[in-house]
Design a protein around this ligand. Structure first.
Ligand SMILES: C[S@@+](CC[C@H](N)C(=O)[O-])C[C@H]1O[C@@H](n2cnc3c(N)ncnc32)[C@H](O)[C@@H]1O
Length: 314
């Protein structure tokens, strides 16, 4: 098992399997759109000794750590500090690519560093930016700036939080009292105070999980990034490129499923490789809690439209 600041890659063996079986025999250039601590990149570099890996991350500390960790592959590994939503412009000179891999969300390193503000389990500043060097607003700024109505919408839309309006109203009250929320601990305490005790007991998860997820998605514009990233993939891919996406909540999964289906049925660009999403086995979930919500979907572009490629049914 990995230590908390490390990141145990989720569904790694399946990702490699899909690259091998779904991708072209001659993988020359692969994009790891979410480098993190380099778990996927490392295994891709090992498994495809002739391939170059272009790895992207919006978090400069992930870039620095992975570059150091993967230095033995320096001649075929290029790490780029950027949003994958911007890849069309940046990677255009290196295109076309034979594969794209996305492992969405935050890494263990980001989650466990309290000062990044992602965790409801440890106290830290309410930041939540994946790229702390960028211009995005912090979660504190979002909670200070938006109206109660706007906050409630965010908590509902991105977190499906049933008490979104009550939580947002309480946040507005604290602001009016001149004591806006500054730390993750203060936000957790407020949510615990607003949610009725029986509802908290029934949740089966941390009472602040939904609001934290919603704020993180909003602060980092995660869904817009995913849509733009997938649109760029379509333009940067080689004729038979494979795309693998591992997502962790239904909002992301819906976008991936819909995009792949549109590519297959409306645009006739290739074949969805996963009739149903691939999930982690019990043994992996036991070792790595994050794997419980992972869903892998794959797509393969095809040179000839309508060409049949064997689907994975499991
Ligand atoms: C789940 S981790 C990836 C872990 C990686 N597969 C591994 O095995 O170490 C997700 C990473 O993607 C990055 N990320 C998320 N959204 C991004 C985006 N839109 N552009 C670039 N990087 C992003 C995060 O900063 C984080 O480091």
């Amino acid at each position: 098992m990995s230590s908390p600041s490390e990141h145990e890659p989720v569904l790694l063996a399946r990702v490699i399997e899909f690259l091998r079986s779904g991708g072209s025999k001659d993988m020359k250039k692969i994009v790891d759109c979410t480098l993190g601590l380099g778990g996927y990149s490392e295994e891709i570099l090992r498994s495809f000794p002739d391939a170059r890996v272009y790895a992207l991350d919006r978090d400069s500390s992930a870039i620095a750590r992975s570059e150091a960790r993967l230095s033995e592959y320096a001649s075929r590994f290029k790490a780029l500090h950027m949003n994958f939503g911007d890849m069309e412009e940046v990677l255009d000179d290196f295109a076309p690519f034979d594969a794209f891999v996305f492992d969405l969300g935050v890494s263990n390193m980001q989650l466990t560093e309290a000062e990044r503000g992602f965790s409801f389990q440890s106290d830290g500043p309410l930041d939540m930016r994946m790229n702390p060097d960028g211009s995005a607003q912090t979660a504190t700024e979002v909670l200070e700036r938006l109206s109660a109505g706007e906050l409630a919408k965010i908590f509902w839309r991105y977190g499906e939080e049933r008490y979104s309006r009550q939580i947002a109203a309480r946040i507005e009250e604290t602001r009016k009292r001149g004591s806006p929320l500054k730390t993750t601990g203060e936000l957790v305490a407020l949510i615990r105070d607003v949610l009725p005790a029986p509802a908290q007991r029934k949740m089966g998860t941390h009472p602040a999980r939904r609001v934290f997820q919603a704020l993180r998605i909003y602060v980092n514009e995660e869904l817009e990034e995913l849509e733009t990233g997938l649109a760029s993939v379509r333009r940067l891919s080689s004729p038979e490129a494979v795309v693998i996406v591992v997502s962790y909540h239904s909002l992301e999964d819906r976008i991936v499923k819909h995009t792949f289906r549109t590519w297959e049925t409306e645009e006739k660009r290739g074949t969805v490789l996963t009739k149903h999403p691939v999930c982690a086995e019990f043994e992996e979930i036991e070792k790595n809690f994050k794997a419980r919500s992972a869903k892998l979907r794959g797509f393969r572009f095809s040179a000839k439209s309508g060409q049949k490629i064997q689907r994975q049914t499991k």
